[in-house]
Design a protein around this ligand. Structure first.
Ligand code: PXP
Length: 241
């Protein structure tokens, strides 16, 4: 089965625009679960531009499927994750000025720091994945860092204008190498209702984390309908898996 992780960060983005208490990302998460989400993902950014610490605490209590916490590889974030105890954690690169996570984590360049952070969280029973570009060297470094899995950054594929064959091939090759190295394979970033099928059909990929497109659709049709539509696409894509 291919799991759908729904990223509810942008419910909090809307709330923070007014700094009041609605819309509530926890309520959105529970509706997403009701509609078939297999997990809820949030990114606690260092600048706290959307998700706040109390959101993570409440999600930890109320999410019934599984909670995946995305974060930068910093001591502060590792300490918070040790406290929150999400089911899964995903280390991502973070730059304050970026609009969203722009590229994969350079595991190779920060080997020692990443390995230590992975060990700390996995020591607490949290499964850790590393958000990386579809490159062999980063996958091998992720394996060396002891991660449970990798999340392949699909941004290059999603952003490629016109023919996406080359970018898809990179994802296919990365997924296959990661699996050979016994890493669990996830993917995400920029996936939407138009471009998700070929990625969802990659046999080694067992989880997709999708945020922006689902929430953009939710504004028009409601979050339950938006999640159901995405889930139906994943089911369609995996019928031949
Ligand atoms: N996966 C990771 C690691 C991310 O950082 C993000 C964006 O926060 C996503 C998936 C979801 O990306 P999008 O919002 O473009 O679907």
């Amino acid at each position: 089965m291919l799991r759908l992780g729904v990223n509810v960060d942008h419910v909090a983005t809307l709330r923070q625009a007014r700094r009041i208490d609605m819309p509530d990302p926890v309520e959105a998460a529970l509706l997403a679960e009701k509609a078939g989400a297999d997990g809820i993902t949030v990114h606690l950014r260092e600048d706290r531009r959307h998700i706040q610490e109390p959101d993570v605490e409440l999600l930890r209590e109320r999410v019934q499927t599984k909670l995946n916490l995305e974060m930068a590889v910093t001591d502060e974030m590792v300490r918070l994750a040790e406290r929150f105890r999400p089911d899964d954690a995903c280390f991502v690169p973070e730059r304050r000025e970026e609009l969203t996570t722009e590229g994969g984590l350079n595991v190779l360049a920060h080997r020692a720091r990443v390995k230590e952070a992975v060990e700390r969280l996995q020591g607490k029973g949290i499964r850790v994945s590393l958000f990386i570009d579809p490159e062999a060297m980063q996958i091998e470094a992720s394996r060396e860092a002891g991660a449970h899995g990798v999340e392949i950054h699909t941004g290059r594929y999603c952003d490629a204008p016109g023919d996406k064959t080359r970018e898809l091939e990179q994802i296919v090759a990365a997924a296959s190498l990661a699996r050979r190295l016994e890493l669990e394979v996830h993917a995400g970033h920029g996936l939407n209702y138009q471009n998700v099928l070929p990625v969802a059909a990659v046999p080694q990929i067992v989880e997709l984390n999708i945020g922006h497109s689902i929430l953009a659709r939710a504004v028009m049709v409601g979050i339950e309908q938006a999640v159901r539509e995405m889930k139906a696409l994943l089911i369609k894509a995996t019928q031949g898996k």
